[in-house]
Each structure stands twice: as C-alpha cells, then as structure tokens.
Design a protein around this ligand. Structure first.
Ligand code: ZN
Length: 331
C-alpha cells in the first residue's frame, strides 16, 4: 500500500524544473547531501554494524560510524560507487534520462552532459538501466496475459544477404531473440503493469520460472494453447487458455495486451536504439522499457527522477566489463 504521507513532493523532495535542479545542485557537496537524504531518510545507518546514529564526518566526505568506526561514503555500494564522474553529472544524467519519454542513447547523453568519452556515457547509462528494476518489487496480479514474441532482425540465409549477415555478425545487431511478456489487464479497460524477460526458447523450463517470478499466485493467467503453460494450475494460477486455430480471431483481438506491448517494444528498440544491441545486453534495455512503461501515466517527470535515484541508491554497482561482457543474470 502506498502511504500518501510518504509520497515525495515536487519542489520539496525533487526539483520541479531544470532551473530548480541547477539551483539545488550547484556542486558535489549539495549532491552528497541530497543523496544522503535519499539513502538514509531516517538518519545514518552504518552498513557494517547497523547502528542508527549521526556519523563523524571527515573532510573528504567520508562517514565514520561512532560505534564500530566503519568508514563509508554515501555512494558506497550503490550504482555511483567508485565513479570518477562528478555526482552533478550523474544527477544531471538521471534528470535527462527520466525526462526523455522515448529513452536516450549513450551518444545523446555524452553530448548533453559534455562528457569526454563515449564509453563513460555508455557505462553511466547502463548502470542506471540496471537500477531501473527495483529489487523485491511486487508481482503482477489480477488478470495477466502472457505470451512470447520475437525481437530483433532475422538471420539471412541466402546469397547477398548471407554476406551482409556475416559482416553484421561482428557488429552489435540484435538477432531474432525471444522475449516473454506479461501484461496486467484492467477490469475496466486498458493495461496495468508489465514484466519482460529474454528467454532462450519457448519451453516450460524457460517460461514457467518467469511466470513464478513475475506473477502473484491466484492470478488468472491468460495464455495461448502452448503446452509450456500446462503446469500453471499446479503452481497456484488459474489458467485461461485461448487456442488459436486457423480462422480464429487474430492475436491482437484475443491477446491485446501482449500484442500492444510487443509492438511498442519492437518500435522502441528499432527507433531509439536502431536495433544496435547485443543480445546479452537486451536485459538492460528490457528493464528500461519496463521502467518507462510502468510509469507511463506518471504526471510528474520529476517524480521519475526521484524514483530512479532511490533505486540507484539501493542497487549494487556494476563495472564496464561486467556490462560489456554478459547478461545481468551472470553478474
Ligand atoms: Zn558501525
């Protein structure tokens, strides 16, 4: 349940406008103070001994526990850990990312922040994408549609296309990849929240763990006739099955939620990111898409800024090599 008292307020908890952002964060000290408020809203909590008490402060922004002498900084253990980029740039990046409805590219971020290297922008963006999925978030409930879709380009198999495909094999082109989609269907009309995951195939071994991770038992899960979902009732779900036969209603009538989300996702991957995504990195993009979709009706962009910062402060750091090297599930 959301306690209305705890809802962050525009102009008090987060900047209302870009002008206000500049007023609030003139230097790194101001950013540190702000982040401390987000990380420890009820006072400093020592990460080592867990005591809640005002910490000693050193001149270099270190906090020292009065009880166990453990030294810490506000960014330790968060996505901003051990960064050489200024906190001002990080906060500006969060502001920029959450204010761009369609999402941003590393190049766009590099230009806007005037960053020296593309790699710095790329790493920042990926660290923040990682923070877009709140750990321990609530599962979907009610009526939920589940189905798989393909994203990315299909691999060419003949003649000239083979040559081109080989050439592209060394580039970051997203190939035919399966994404399983879950969408809450509102009783009245429209869609609620979504969950997405890249899977290796459409078998039960791939899709059932996704359903269990993403959907609350007791929910009505609407699927097609695939045998991969046959164990849903055994796992506490009520299955609603629409079997597609030759001349039946097309998918966008029987499963409007997944059909709509799949179309938006494909457009977004191709439009904003030109399809230039490695399959292992797709997970991060799916997280960003989910973050944006689930907050699409949020009236305040500033609130998104606050939420993403909150999640960034609760998310473990990740290095460039970890992101470039493989999927988040292996980190
Ligand atoms: Zn301590």
């Amino acid at each position: 349940m959301v306690d209305i008292q705890d809802m962050p307020v525009s102009g008090r908890d987060y900047p209302r406008t870009w002008q206000q952002f500049l007023d609030w964060f003139p230097d790194d000290d101001a950013c540190v103070e702000y982040l401390e408020g987000i990380r420890w809203p009820n006072g400093y909590v020592c990460p080592s001994c867990g005591m809640v008490d005002e910490a000693y402060r050193t001149s270099r922004g270190r906090l020292i526990c009065r009880h166990c002498r453990y030294q810490c900084t506000v960014t330790a253990g968060t996505v901003f850990d051990k960064t050489r980029t200024s906190l001002q740039s990080w906060l500006a990046a969060v502001w920029y990312i959450t204010n761009q409805k369609q999402g941003v590219t590393a190049l766009g971020l590099q230009r806007v922040l005037g960053l020296g290297s593309y790699q710095t922008a790329w790493t920042m963006l990926h660290r923040l994408r990682r923070a877009m999925i709140r750990p321990g978030r609530e599962r979907l409930s009610g009526v939920v549609e589940v189905d798989e879709c393909y994203v990315g380009r299909s691999v060419a198999t003949r003649g000239h296309a083979v040559k081109r495909a080989k050439k592209q094999a060394n580039q970051a082109i997203l190939r035919h990849t399966i994404v399983v989609i879950a969408v809450e269907i509102k009783v009245t009309k429209g869609f609620g929240r979504i969950r997405l995951q890249r899977v290796t195939d459409t078998s039960q071994t791939s899709v059932l763990p996704f359903v269990k991770d993403s959907i609350e038992p007791g929910a009505i899960v609407h699927t097609d006739g695939s045998a991969a979902y046959r164990l849903l009732p055994k796992n506490g779900y009520r299955r609603m099955k629409t079997v597609m036969l030759g001349n039946e209603k097309p998918a966008h009538h029987s499963m409007p939620g997944v059909h709509r989300v799949a179309a938006l996702l494909k457009r977004w991957l191709l439009g904003t990111h030109q399809g230039a995504i490695r399959p292992q990195q797709l997970d991060y993009y799916l997280d960003e898409f989910t973050f944006r979709f689930n907050r699409r009706t949020s009236r305040s962009r500033g609130l998104l800024f606050y939420r993403l910062l909150e999640q960034a402060m609760a998310t473990e750091p990740v290095t460039y090599d970890q992101i470039a090297g493989g999927s988040k599930h292996n980190i």
